[in-house]
Ligand binder design. Structure first.
Ligand SMILES: Cc1ncc(COP(=O)(O)O)c(C=O)c1O
Length: 480
C-alpha cells in the first residue's frame, strides 16, 4: 500500500494567499460582469436543454487537485449558464429576487469568516447586528419595545417558526380540535408548516376570499363561532400583507379586532408586502400589523437581499426563547451572560450564519431613503403598467396594481373561456421566447391570469412601456 502523507494532503484544502486573491478577484469579476449584463441577453437558459443537459452529471470529481481557475470556469460555463435570471429587470414572474451587490458581499464575508451566529460568546458583534436589524424591521411594523425576532432562510421558515411559537404558547402539546384560519389566497407555506408541525389538514380553515381577494372579517367571525359551537378550538388567524398572486392586503385591523375579542393569535404573513411599510402611502394599507403576535418578512424579496434571507418578528422576544431553548451539557459553557442572548435558543437552527449582515450592510451603505425610493418606484411601475394596459383594447385588469403587483388578462370577444385561459399562457410563452419579459400566471376566481411583479429597482418607465407593447404584440400575433 502506498504510504499517504495525510498531513501534507490535508493542507491541500487550503490555497496560498496569492491563489486566494486570484480566485476571489476572478469570482468578483464574474459577478460584476453578471450584474452589468442584466437586462440584456437571453431570458431562458442559454444551454441546450436536451439530455444530458449541461453534462454536470457526467463530470467526475477529480482525486487530485486542479487549478482553482479551471474549477471556477466550470461554474461559469456549466452552472451559471443555466440559471433563471431572477434579478433581471425583465423578470416579473413569481416574486423576483433583485438582490444587490452589497448584500452579496456581506454573504461572501459571512461565509469567508464562517460566522457562527448562534452563540453571543463567540460572536457578540454578529449577535448585535442581528438584534439591531430585527429591531429596525420590528420598528417598521410598529411592534412594541419588547418585540424581537430572528433571521431564517426565507418566508417558509419564518411562517413555520411563527406557527411553532404560537402552538407552543397557545396549545402546549395538545393540538386536538385546534383550528387555524386564513384566506384562500394565503401562501402554501402555511399548509406545509402546519403539516410539519403535526396538524391534520382539516385543522386549517381556508375561507374563500371576497371579491377583492381579501379575507372577509364577517365570514371569519361566523366560522369561528360555528367552530366554537361544535366544540373545536380556534387558536390562530393568518392575515396576508401582500398575497403572492396579487399583492393584496387583508383587513389587518379588523382581523386584529376579532383576534383580540376571541383571544386568538394573529400571525401576519408580510413576506412580500412588509417592505412597503417604508412607504407612507402603503403604510395605511397595512394598518393593524402592529397588533400582530408574529410577522413574517422576507428581505430576499422586496428588501433586495440575495437568497436566502427571511425574518420572523414576534411581539415579545421571550416567546421565542420559551418555545425553542434547550440546554444540553455540551453547550452549557457558552450560556449567555446576563442580559445577553444566544440566537441558538431563539429558533430551530443551532449552527446558523449571519443572514442579517446582508440587510444590515445594505442599509448602512445605501441608507433607508434609497430603500424607500426603490420600493415606491416598484409600486409606480405596476401602476404605470396598469394605466398602459387600460388604454389598449381587450385587456382586462383582474386585480389593480397593489404593492407592485398587477394581474390582468387578454380577453378578445371571439374566444371561449378555455381558449382564453390558454391564451394567457401563450402570451407569457411568446414574450419569453422573444426574450422580452418573463411573466408567470396564476388563477383568480378560477381563471388563468397573467401577473407582473415590478419590484426590481433596475426597471424604468420606458421598459414598462416596452413590456406592455410586447404583451399586446404577442396577443395580436396570437389572434392573427
Ligand atoms: C406571501 C408569501 N409568504 C411566504 C412565502 C414563502 O417564502 P420563501 O419562498 O422565502 O420561503 C412567499 C414566497 O413567495 C410569499 O409570497
Amino acid at each position: 500500500m502506498p504510504s499517504v502523507d495525510c498531513a501534507a494532503d490535508a493542507r491541500r484544502l487550503e490555497l496560498d494567499a496569492e491563489a486566494m486573491r486570484r480566485l476571489g478577484y476572478a469570482a468578483i469579476d464574474m459577478l460584476v460582469d453578471h450584474v452589468a449584463a442584466l437586462g440584456t441577453g437571453p431570458l431562458v437558459a442559454t444551454a441546450d436543454g436536451s439530455d444530458p443537459g449541461l453534462g454536470i452529471a457526467d463530470l467526475p470529481f477529480p482525486a487530485a487537485p486542479q487549478d482553482p481557475m479551471a474549477a471556477l470556469a466550470l461554474v461559469r460555463e456549466r452552472v451559471l449558464a443555466d440559471v433563471i435570471p431572477v434579478s433581471d429587470p425583465r423578470f416579473f414572474a413569481y416574486i423576483p429576487g433583485p438582490g444587490n451587490f452589497v448584500g452579496a458581499m456581506a454573504e461572501v464575508l459571512s461565509a469567508g469568516v464562517n460566522i457562527f451566529a448562534g452563540t453571543a460568546k463567540h460572536a457578540q458583534g454578529p449577535t448585535e447586528v442581528e438584534l439591531a436589524t430585527i429591531r429596525w424591521l420590528a420598528g417598521l411594523a410598529g411592534l412594541p419595545e419588547q418585540a424581537g425576532g430572528l433571521f431564517v432562510s426565507g418566508g417558509s421558515m419564518a411562517n413555520l417558526t411563527a406557527l411553532a411559537v404560537a402552538r407552543h404558547h397557545r396549545l402546549g402539546e395538545d393540538m386536538t380540535g385546534a383550528r387555524i384560519y386564513c384566506s384562500s389566497e394565503t401562501h402554501s407555506s402555511v399548509d406545509r408548516a402546519l403539516r410539519v408541525l403535526g396538524f391534520q389538514s382539516d385543522q386549517l380553515v381556508r375561507l374563500a376570499a371576497d371579491a377583492s381577494l381579501r379575507l372577509d372579517p364577517a365570514a371569519l367571525r361566523d366560522r369561528i363561532a360555528a367552530d366554537r359551537a361544535a366544540g373545536l378550538r380556534p387558536f390562530l388567524v393568518v392575515g396576508n400583507a401582500g398575497t403572492t398572486s396579487t399583492g393584496t392586503v387583508d383587513p389587518l385591523g379588523a382581523l386584529a379586532d376579532i383576534v383580540a375579542g376571541e383571544d386568538l393569535w394573529l400571525h401576519v404573513d408580510a413576506a412580500y408586502g412588509g417592505a412597503a411599510l417604508l412607504v407612507d402611502e402603503a403604510r395605511a394599507l397595512l394598518a393593524g400589523i402592529e397588533r400582530a403576535h408574529s410577522v413574517t418578512m422576507d428581505p430576499h424579496k422586496w428588501f433586495f437581499q440575495p437568497f436566502d434571507c427571511g425574518a420572523l418578528l414576534v411581539r415579545d422576544m421571550h416567546w421565542l426563547y420559551d418555545a425553542f431553548h434547550v440546554l444540553p451539557a455540551y453547550l452549557r459553557d457558552s450560556a449567555p451572560r446576563p442580559g445577553r442572548i444566544n440566537y441558538r435558543d431563539h429558533g430551530i437552527e443551532l449552527t446558523r450564519g449571519l443572514r442579517a449582515l446582508k440587510l444590515w450592510l445594505s442599509l448602512q451603505t445605501f441608507g433607508t431613503d434609497a430603500f424607500r425610493a426603490a420600493i415606491r418606484h416598484g409600486m409606480n411601475m405596476a401602476e404605470r403598467a396598469e394605466a398602459a394596459l387600460r388604454t389598449r383594447p381587450h385587456w382586462r385588469i383582474v386585480s389593480p396594481a397593489s404593492l407592485a403587483m398587477l394581474a390582468f388578462r387578454h380577453e378578445p370577444p371571439d374566444a371561449d373561456s378555455a381558449d382564453l385561459d390558454r391564451r394567457q399562457l401563450a402570451i407569457a410563452e411568446t414574450v419569453l421566447a422573444r426574450d422580452e419579459a418573463f411573466l408567470s400566471t396564476t388563477e383568480i376566481a378560477g381563471r388563468r391570469t397573467l401577473r407582473m411583479c415590478t419590484i426590481n429597482p433596475r426597471l424604468d418607465a420606458e421598459q414598462i412601456d416596452g413590456v406592455v407593447e410586447a404583451l399586446d404584440a404577442a396577443a395580436r400575433d396570437l389572434r392573427a
